[in-house]
Ligand binder design. Structure first.
Ligand code: NAP
Length: 339
């Protein structure tokens, strides 16, 4: 076998496109690449210098591939993931369809890679959860966690392609002095802040907030007392999170900085004197989770504040999915050459 045989479901979407970029960038050996979407419609996707024809998901013969990334929403995953798995394909699913199923591992390889075992289907968490657990897990393991409160500042690309187009259209309309009728969000996102990333649910928390709370507990395998407020902001790429946490055991700020600096997929960006803080623009296009504004709470000795920023399409989606594939790469008798 000279390379992985890979299908990408949702290859024309934001996550699918980013996955194609990341696969090429990390020189993952690929012998077969099948980009799938609703219809081929003569469309192609770019993979390095190649243009590869998009195929219709409905007509897919799953025997052509060993691994499939699903990035096309819950309904598509509900319908097609079981079919792919039945054909012996290892599925890495970016949708939320299977994430909270107790039988399905929910994985961020830097945190809970051992949860994968020999599972044929592995769920990748929500974008805002991935960057949060990458920063939280080392602190939890070192000092325990009593309480976590998170407020997010999430970019429009987290909603998908149509939301990016909506923000671009709103900008154009504003410059041209035209009115714009919103389609994706309930109110304009330009020059605005929406304190609800999706539908309201239990206890008036939104679905996005429950994902953060429940997925974090599942990944850390502990009933963590985490409450979240998820907010959409007019940024194209990069989610930011203001995190307040209280630990069970004491620490010094120097120890926290050192621990985070040594943690996988984390980069400490924190120099208050120089005015250095992590921003979505810094995070966009790269894979580190940037952590800054590291400071002790003025009133609570074990209270710690962090500002956590990452590219939601890369670390929050494509790169985590690729890291999962590399974590199980021995399934295909092909040495992982990824990073
Ligand atoms: N955006 C993020 O930051 C992020 C992060 C983590 C997880 N996710 C999850 O990843 C998935 C994709 O998100 P996205 O942002 O990439 O969305 P997107 O930009 O809206 O793209 C959606 C993709 O799904 C395809 N698709 C939709 N319905 C389909 C169907 N019935 N059959 C086949 N293909 C279909 C679309 O194909 P067509 O071109 O044919 O319409 C397109 O390729 C979602 O489950 C999302 O929750 C997204």
């Amino acid at each position: 076998m000279s390379g992985y045989r890979i299908a990408i479901v949702g290859a024309t979407g934001l996550v699918g496109q980013t996955l194609l970029e990341v696969l090429h960038e990390y020189r993952v050996p690929v012998s077969e690449l099948v980009p799938l979407a609703r219809e081929g419609q003569g469309r192609t996707v770019r993979y390095g210098d190649d243009e590869i024809p998009v195929e219709a998901l409905e007509e897919m013969d799953w025997r052509r591939v060993d691994v499939a990334f699903f990035a096309a929403g819950n309904d598509v995953s509900a319908t097609y993931v079981p079919e792919a798995v039945r054909h012996g394909v290892t599925v890495i699913d970016k949708s939320s369809r299977w994430r909270m199923d107790p039988e399905i591992p929910l994985v961020v390889p830097q945190v809970n890679r051992d949860a994968i075992k020999d599972a044929p289907l592995i769920a990748s968490p929500n974008c805002s959860t991935i960057q949060l657990v990458v920063a939280l897990a080392p602190i939890y393991r070192q000092w325990g966690l009593k309480r976590v409160i998170v407020s997010t500042y999430q970019s429009v690309s987290g909603t998908g392609r149509e939301a990016v187009v909506e923000l671009e259209e709103e900008v154009r309309a504003r410059v041209d002095g035209r009115p714009y009728e919103v389609q994706v969000y309930p109110v304009p996102i330009l020059h605005n802040v929406l304190a609800h990333c999706d539908a309201f649910g239990e206890l008036d928390y939104t679905g996005e907030e429950w994902k953060l709370m429940r997925e974090t507990a599942k990944i850390l395998a502990t009933p963590i007392r985490l409450s979240a407020t998820a907010v959409r902001v007019p940024v194209y790429v990069g989610h930011a999170e203001s995190v307040y946490l209280e630990t069970e055991r004491p620490w010094s700020l120097e120890e926290v900085r050192q621990l985070l600096a040594q943690s996988p997929a984390v980069r400490v960006v924190d120099d208050p004197r120089a005015g250095t803080v992590p921003t979505p623009l810094d995070a966009a296009g790269q894979d580190d989770v940037l952590v800054g504004r590291i400071r002790q709470d003025p009133f609570e000795p074990t209270g710690l504040h962090l500002f956590v920023v990452a590219d939601n399409l890369r670390r929050g989606a494509a790169t985590n999915a690729l890291d999962i594939m590399m974590a199980v790469s021995d399934r295909w008798e092909l040495g992982g050459q990824h990073r």
